[in-house]
Design a binder for this molecule. Structure first.
Ligand SMILES: Cc1cc2nc3c(=O)[nH]c(=O)nc-3n(C[C@H](O)[C@H](O)[C@H](O)COP(=O)(O)OP(=O)(O)OC[C@H]3O[C@@H](n4cnc5c(N)ncnc54)[C@H](O)[C@@H]3O)c2cc1C
Ligand code: SF4
Length: 329
């Protein structure tokens, strides 16, 4: 049986209380929201905090509201709540759909938006017991000095594995971060960085409080597709989120995010030139799918063949585009 390590547990009831706890023990705390990722990682000794700071008592992180700026989603909304939120399903359906595809119902009932955004990256050589990792000499991300995926590399390339984040990036969402200096909004795309050891810009005394889906992004057509071994529970081995402006006869622009390959979701470049003024047909979809294939490079960071995942990129981009326009093939 895997046991938890020894740590102190605190459960503040306000955001200020959380910030005080983080500031009191710099770099020694681990935030826990639903615990669906953090707790297994604690058992594997992937996190070894002195203090665990629970967000479960912070009611102000549970709000969802709409105003002129857009749709605001509190970090502690659960994935089940997101998947059922009427305003989200109406205006940003790819986000609600992505939330509905995370893991299993029990995990979605516990797992939160903030935890999904800040989900630790995943790798064959990392998501293992301490004994397993010790047997291969650990790795750069935790306790070791080399990367087993890219042995000559200096950075961790473990896979970003959140389902919700790619959909948020496709719609141009922003993430609110709270810290000792106050609150700031950053684009969800810029929230992530390409180093799997810590793949976001949060400092140790900060947390995610809210996500804003901007009003200007309403009215886009969206879709989310996920490739995984078992449809009932698994993490993505490839994910594609699409947000398109225009109608089927005349497209205006497209934002497509491909993820679960490297440490940061990839927002594809150069797509507007391929879609602007074009019809939503198989010729346009094929051009976009080819661009996606060229821009994405899966690695052997998860236990599925990287060449096959690469071959699936254009397939899943095409399927997501067909979903957007209700085309069957
Ligand atoms: C069997 C299994 C299958 C899974 N499948 C999927 C899947 O298919 N897709 C997927 O996306 N995820 C999957 N997960 C991972 C996880 O369940 C979800 O990502 C969930 O949304 C995590 O949310 P949580 O609230 O439980 O996060 P926690 O476990 O509480 O925290 C996760 C991380 O986020 C940090 N954190 C939490 N909240 C905040 C905050 N507000 N600000 C800053 N940091 C914060 C924590 O410190 C921790 O590092 C799976 C997990 C399991 C166990
Ligand atoms: S990508 Fe390399 S450094 Fe990162 S977890 Fe995997 S083996 Fe470790």
């Amino acid at each position: 049986m895997l046991t938890l390590p020894v740590f102190e547990w605190v459960s503040p009831t306000s955001l200020d209380g959380v910030l005080r706890e983080l500031a009191a023990r710099p770099g020694e705390c681990l935030l826990v929201a639903g615990g669906t990722d953090a707790v297994p990682n604690l058992k594997h000794r992937l996190h070894e905090p002195k203090r665990v700071v629970s967000l479960a008592g912070v009611a102000e992180l549970r709000a969802a509201r709409e105003d002129d700026a857009g749709l605001h989603l509190g970090a502690r909304l659960t994935l089940t709540e997101l998947s059922r939120l009427p305003a989200l399903k109406r205006d940003f359906p790819a986000v609600a759909h992505a939330a509905s595809l995370v893991a299993s119902p029990q995990i979605r009932n516990m797992g939160t938006l903030g935890g999904n955004l800040c989900l630790d990256t995943r790798c064959t050589y990392y998501n293992q017991t301490y004994l397993w990792r010790e047997a291969v000499g650990f790795c750069l991300k935790k306790d070791g000095t080399v990367c087993h995926v890219v042995p000559q590399g200096r950075r961790c390339v473990a896979a970003h594995s959140s389902d919700v984040a790619p959909a948020l990036i496709a719609y141009g969402a922003e993430v609110e971060i709270a810290g000792p200096e106050g609150r700031r909004l950053v684009s969800c795309d810029q929230f992530f960085v390409g180093d799997g050891i810590h793949n976001n810009i949060l400092k140790s005394d900060e947390l995610v409080t809210r996500v804003l889906l901007p009003a200007a992004a309403r009215g886009q057509h969206g879709a989310y597709r996920k490739l995984r071994p078992r449809g009932a529970i698994d993490f993505p081995m490839l994910s594609v989120a699409v947000a398109v402006r225009g109608d089927a006869k005349r497209l205006e622009s497209a934002r497509i995010v491909v993820s679960a390959l490297g440490a940061k979701p990839r927002l594809l470049g150069g797509l507007d030139a391929l879609v602007a003024g074009k019809a939503a047909d198989e010729t346009t979809f094929a051009a976009v799918a080819a661009a996606a294939h060229k821009q994405c490079r899966p690695l052997t960071n998860v236990p599925y063949d990287d060449d096959w995942r690469h071959a699936m990129v254009p397939v899943f981009v095409t399927r997501a585009l067909r979903d957007v326009f209700g085309v069957s093939a």
